[in-house]
Design a protein. Structure first.
Length: 214
């Protein structure tokens, strides 16, 4: 069972920042670290959850409308690139869990794979709510892919089986039936996002494969 640090460790750091990722990298509690990526105007992958800087930095700026350098200056050097995140994971032997939020074109996903492949022997998985992204990635690669969803519906399950996509589901919708169904199909189950010990212990008893937690 793999424990994933959701957007890094955020107790003493801002989510999706170098400080949060380093805290997770130095923790024995986690084997993997999750991040979220968007593309900048100059088509570079940056780590940030939202499509704007409003919630975290109180700036009405859309990531896709600005270059990496412009965004980095706005944040005083606090912006982290995908390469920097992968370097942290590789250096500290943590599995990188990369959630793709937005790209301009499907071909940009080739750039994502090329970037990841620069890091030899890196353990990683790509996850997304966007089924189209995952289907395209599956054509390009045999990489570990996770389909994010709240509740598992039968149409989603059929697509997951067809394209060999592991299931990343909201823990409240995961029970023994869902886990057994996935495992019988050869798919792993990743549950998100857990915050208390009772829920974590419940998921452990169900023998899920990944637990994403704050």
């Amino acid at each position: 069972m793999v424990f994933i640090a959701h957007r890094g460790l955020k107790k003493d750091a801002v989510e999706n920042t170098k400080k949060a990722f380093m805290a997770a990298a130095l923790s024995d509690e986690y084997d993997a670290i999750e991040c979220d990526i968007h593309m900048t105007k100059d088509r570079l992958f940056v780590v940030h959850h939202d499509d704007t800087l409003k919630r975290i930095y109180n700036l009405d700026v859309k990531i896709k409308d600005e270059s990496f350098d412009t965004l980095d200056k706005m944040l005083g050097g606090d912006l982290i690139s995908l390469q920097e995140f992968l370097t942290i994971c590789k250096t500290h032997n943590k599995k990188a869990i990369i959630e793709v939020k937005q790209v301009f074109e499907l071909e940009d996903l080739m750039t994502l794979l090329d970037t990841i492949n620069l890091f030899e022997n890196l353990r990683y998985a790509i996850i997304s709510f966007n089924l189209t992204y995952l289907k395209y990635l599956r054509v390009l690669s045999e990489a570990e892919l996770h389909l994010l969803a709240g509740e598992l519906t039968e149409p989603l399950f059929e697509e997951a089986k067809r394209f060999n996509l592991n299931l990343a589901l909201h823990y409240q919708y995961v029970d023994m039936y869902v886990v057994h169904k996935a495992h019988r199909a050869g798919l792993k189950v990743n549950v998100w996002t857990l915050k208390n010990l009772d829920d974590i212990e419940k998921m452990q008893k169900l023998e899920v494969d990944y637990i994403t937690k704050d």
